[in-house]
Design a protein around this ligand. Structure first.
Ligand SMILES: [Mg+2]
Ligand SMILES: [Zn+2]
Length: 184
């Protein structure tokens, strides 16, 4: 059985907007190599889902419809490039609400497993650029892959124990392809 892949969005799939949110499709810009990476990963992972914290919705900085438009564009481009995302999960809540879905809480993963019962967390990877992504994966028993680049968390991230550190999603895809999927 192929493993599952959980992907953080900002800083992994698309460029982060530091201190702000990707509010409109025009603001959404893929990271270099990300589309190629997603095409490779589509052949390696049975389920590929996105799990993204988007508190800009809860803060009223963007609407749910804005976010849906951003994700429609993302999915369209990914499909056109030969990639696949089985579903995109987002947490719209502000950090201070104590919701069950904002990473590092695990609500989005539990929802994904309810939607796709073939998902096994112990047979899954999380790829993210934040400490909260790595904690999310650790709590669920996933393998953790940290993408470099979140400078404001650099010190905390340097001390984390993770299963792999990569410069980009494309580098992770190359690693996953080499490692042969049955050993992931
Ligand atoms: Mg991120
Ligand atoms: Zn939430």
């Amino acid at each position: 059985m192929q493993p599952s892949l959980f992907l953080d969005r900002d800083g992994v799939i698309n460029r982060r907007t530091v201190g702000d949110y990707v509010r409109r499709p025009a603001d959404f810009e893929f990271e270099s190599g990300a589309l190629e990476a997603l095409r490779v990963l589509a052949g390696l992972f049975g389920r590929i889902v996105v799990v993204t914290n988007q508190a800009g919705v809860g803060k009223g900085l963007m609407s749910g419809a804005d976010l849906a438009a951003v994700h429609r564009k993302m999915l369209h481009e990914v499909r056109r490039a030969g990639g696949r995302m089985d579903r995109v999960y987002h947490c719209p809540h502000r950090p201070d609400t104590g919701c069950y879905c904002r990473k590092p809480a695990t609500g989005m993963a539990l929802q994904a497993r309810a939607d796709f019962p073939d998902i096994r967390f112990e047979h899954a990877w999380i790829v993210g650029d934040s400490g909260s992504d790595m904690q999310f994966g650790l709590t669920l028993g996933m393998k953790t892959a940290l993408i470099a680049g979140k400078s404001e968390e650099a010190q905390a991230l340097a001390g984390l124990v993770v299963d792999g550190r990569f410069e980009s999603l494309l580098e992770f895809a190359g690693y996953a392809a080499k490692r042969l999927v049955q050993h992931l």
